[in-house]
Design a protein around this ligand. Structure first.
Ligand SMILES: CC(C)(COP(=O)(O)OP(=O)(O)OC[C@H]1O[C@@H](n2cnc3c(N)ncnc32)[C@H](O)[C@@H]1OP(=O)(O)O)[C@@H](O)C(=O)NCCC(=O)NCCS
Length: 198
């Protein structure tokens, strides 16, 4: 498959919807809690992409597209970006979709927390569509993103073997083990912090 890495600002609205739907599958806790469904994510993410200096601002978005322009993978990389509380509620209201029950918890304990605690360049999310995995798409996205960066960090679920192998294969190293976000009423999940140095 011929794959092109495209910056967020060069994606059309159908591609932004597809990118949002794909981002829903980045993590089994955060995005289902915050967005409720893949369809919601496809509608609400484009609103988040349009917020300048927000975590999901277009400047932070990279997509892998195939020869037909279909989005096969997405990466969001941040640095110093902000998350204002109430952002999810406003974006859902703009899309005329009821706010999912756990959205405010995910906002407070994940999006706002990440924006306030992460320093320097970091990968917030990475996902490749299930039918396109194992073809080097995530590797291409990461290598493009890492190209001009001295130091990049990320967080990965400790039991996500494919992602851990992917990150190690491009040079990330585990620096710390800790607990990450989980849906309300469920125990925290083990995560690893990883760093890539140029
Ligand atoms: C993790 C993920 C992004 C990998 O995307 P991908 O495009 O399939 O990855 P690549 O084809 O570039 O694979 C690169 C390397 O990752 C590792 N890898 C990828 N998929 C793997 C799998 N299912 N099992 C074991 N290792 C795997 C391998 O080391 C692979 O190198 P190799 O092909 O030379 O063996 C993809 O599986 C995915 O989107 N998963 C769901 C979301 C997710 O977990 N995101 C990461 C959150 S931290």
């Amino acid at each position: 498959m011929s794959i092109k890495i495209v910056k967020g600002k060069n994606l059309n609205s159908a591609q932004l919807t597809d990118a949002g739907r794909l981002l829903y599958h980045t993590d089994p806790e955060i995005y289902p809690t915050a967005f409720g469904s893949e369809i919601n994510a496809g509608k609400v993410f484009p609103v988040l992409f349009s917020i300048e200096n927000g975590l999901f601002s277009l400047k932070n978005l990279f997509a892998a597209t195939d020869g037909n322009g279909k989005v096969r993978g997405v990466l969001v990389g941040c640095n110093g970006d902000l998350w204002e509380r109430g952002t999810l509620a406003a974006a859902f209201a703009q899309c005329k979709i009821p706010l999912p029950e756990g959205a405010e918890d995910a906002e407070e304990n994940y999006f706002a927390y990440e924006a306030e605690h992460e320093k320097g360049d970091y990968v917030l999310c990475l996902c490749v569509s299930p039918d396109s995995r194992g073809q080097g798409i995530a590797t291409s996205l990461l290598k493009t993103y890492l190209k001009d960066k001295k130091s990049v960090s990320l967080e990965c679920l400790a039991d996500n073997a494919p992602a851990l192998r992917l990150y190690e294969s491009v040079g990330f190293e585990i620096t710390r083990r800790c607990e990450g976000y989980s849906a309300p009423g469920t125990p925290p999940v083990p995560v690893v912090k990883m760093v890539h140095k140029a």
